[in-house]
Design a protein around this ligand. Sequence first.
Ligand SMILES: Cc1cc2nc3c(=O)[nH]c(=O)nc-3n(C[C@H](O)[C@H](O)[C@H](O)COP(=O)(O)O)c2cc1C
Length: 170
Amino acid sequence: MMEAIRTRRSIRRYKATPVPEDTVKEVLNAARLAPTANNSQPWRIVVVRDEDTKLKLAAAANGQKFIAQAPMVLVACGVPDEAFQTAGGYMSSHVMDATIAMDHLTLAAHSLGLGTCWIAWFKEEKVKEVLGIPVDVGVVALTPLGYPDEAPERPTRKNLEELIMHDKYR
Ligand SMILES: Cc1cc2nc3c(=O)[nH]c(=O)nc-3n(C[C@H](O)[C@H](O)[C@H](O)COP(=O)(O)O)c2cc1C
């Protein structure tokens, strides 16, 4: 697990090599096993393999063309009506729950030799139109899924001292 966390990278070049169905299923199952608020599981993932639909998704993601290069694109949706409504006393948990599921998925994918890239720079209305997502369901994130055709350097991160506080926020 720690190796996967340390070595996962955002992949923006993909091989055309198809991903075996069993492997896809294993990756999706990692999302299924993720925790959700009150075990509400208020998320869905649309697996897009159709070439034309992938191109439309890349266009909906502000023209990020590499998205359509992968053999498939996964679109994570949050379902507010199914979510825990008072996370922190004020918010619906659907975005958090869908995000945790996707994080499980991206790490599982990497551990199986696959690449992913979180995509949040997209126009939600356009993605919804392309996939026929209902108005009361939100699009949380997209990721291409496929075998990496690049090995990017690890980007820098803030030091722990900058990120972690002890006993008080300061
Ligand atoms: C919520 C979120 C949204 C992101 N959106 C995009 C995106 O739209 N396009 C893209 O190329 N990368 C996107 N990224 C990838 C980040 O740029 C990347 O995670 C960051 O630079 C660190 O690199 P690493 O993932 O290789 O560690 C996104 C990442 C996150 C977590």
